[in-house]
Design a protein around this ligand. Structure first.
Ligand SMILES: Nc1ncnc2c1ncn2[C@@H]1O[C@H](COP(=O)(O)OP(=O)(O)O)[C@@H](O)[C@H]1O
Ligand SMILES: [Mg+2]
Length: 382
């Protein structure tokens, strides 16, 4: 594709980007058993449209930071291409990519006031004093930093410092924002507040952004689209809702949502019947499935009933093993007991009053279960 044709389609594009870290003499890194470690990135492809906030989420070590650093130009890919605004980024140094990066524990200049910190990137770009002041004031007002302009970083709280760091990224109005777990060192109340602010700010500025986090709540709440990574690969890219309602694999399914999705070993008989752990389900969605599979059930889709209630004769018997009251809802852990014990996590609203050890009867809504292949890929079944 020519430069012109690509322009306007995607603001950021990664095409089959791979990266393996090597030691000082260029050999691949070894793990404790002396085997070569898996590459940090294995053919990652991603396309972010203009103005989108894409959140990359995955467990520690899955390659999120490496992906971001390659987009920023701080790390070089072994193979594959990075495009920003229709321009191939090979040989383009970080300062010429029009990208601003904010990360955890972002270092502010300790001897400079908030204002001087905000103006610093503009000073480096030789923006004149008056324009610098104006843009720093605008950024400060968006981030509610006005009253703090004369303070030093040591006189700020963690959240305020992180806001200044963000301010320093936005004064330049870059083409692309890259956030690497910018909130992970903050306490949870502050994280919630800043999460909302970052979302609002990025959307107000309309700047294309990639936001990296290991926190699934941050991903669900902030993202236009979420990208789930595992072991250097992209598993799924979708809107938060689609990701939650139609996860592509059991890993994605259990990574998003608290408590996590229950996974049961299942067998479908090919004619509409399905056995999943202690449950027998019958419903059209399984009519075509047959053989072994994995049955996923969200904790919200598990129904508790008492002896004698409707549907009770089809219910499986569990015992309440643990109960975590959160106020608005309670998370229960239920167990069947016996040799092939099955454990299920359930969400009930409000406080749960029955004591641990109580017997409960559980039914599942067949139309709401998720089916995955029992093979290594675990791909979602239609
Ligand atoms: N500079 C480096 N040298 C060697 N290995 C690295 C380096 N940076 C990252 N890695 C390895 O690459 C993999 C991906 O790391 P990273 O991208 O930092 O993951 P994440 O940000 O998702 O936690 C990890 O196995 C990590 O140990
Ligand atoms: Mg990281």
């Amino acid at each position: 594709m020519t430069h012109k044709e690509r322009e306007g389609t995607f603001e950021i594009e990664l095409n089959a980007v791979s990266k393996a870290f090597v030691d000082a003499s260029g050999r691949s890194l070894r793990n404790a058993e002396g085997k070569a470690t898996a590459p940090a990135l294995a053919s990652v492809s991603l396309a972010v449209p203009k103005g989108e906030l894409l959140v990359i989420v995955g467990p520690s070590g899955c390659g999120k930071s490496t992906t971001l650093r390659i987009v920023a130009g701080l790390e070089e890919a072994d193979s594959g291409e990075v495009w920003i605004a229709g321009r191939a980024m090979k040989h383009v140094p970080p300062q010429d990519r029009d990208v601003a990066m904010v990360f955890q524990g972002y270092a502010l200049y300790p001897q400079m006031t908030v204002r001087e910190n905000l103006e610093f990137p503009l000073k480096m770009q030789k923006v004149e004093t008056k324009a610098r002041r104006k843009r720093a004031d605008e950024a400060a007002s968006m981030l509610r930093l006005g009253p703090l302009m004369a303070r030093l970083p040591s006189e700020l709280s963690g959240g305020e410092r992180q806001r200044v760091a963000m301010g320093r990224a936005i004064v330049r109005t870059p083409r692309v924002f890259l956030f690497d777990e910018p909130l992970s060192s903050l306490d949870s109340a502050l994280r919630q507040e800043l999460r909302l602010e970052i979302g609002a700010l990025v959307r107000e500025l309309g700047v294309t952004s990639i936001y990296v986090t290991h926190d699934q709540v941050e991903a669900m709440t902030l993202a236009d689209r979420i990208c789930v990574m595992q072991k250097g690969s992209v598993l799924q890219v979708a809107s938060p809702r689609e990701m939650y309602e139609s996860p592509a694999t059991p890993f994605v399914a259990t990574f998003l949502g608290t408590p996590r999705m229950n996974l049961l070993a299942g067998v479908a008989d090919g004619s509409g019947g399905l056995v999943a752990g202690p449950f027998r389900l019958e419903s059209p969605p399984f009519a075509r499935a047959s053989g072994k599979l994995i049955v996923g059930v969200r904790p919200d889709d598990v129904h508790l009933s008492n002896a004698g209630e409707a549907g009770f004769e089809r219910a499986a018997r569990f015992v309440v093993a643990a109960s975590e009251p959160l106020g608005a809802e309670t998370h229960l852990v239920l167990r069947t007991g016996g040799v092939e014990e099955v454990e299920m996590r359930v969400r009930v609203s409000g406080f749960y009053t029955r004591p641990l050890g109580s017997v409960v009867f559980v039914t599942l809504d067949a139309a709401r279960v998720h089916l995955f292949g029992a093979d290594a890929s675990g791909a979602r079944l239609p």
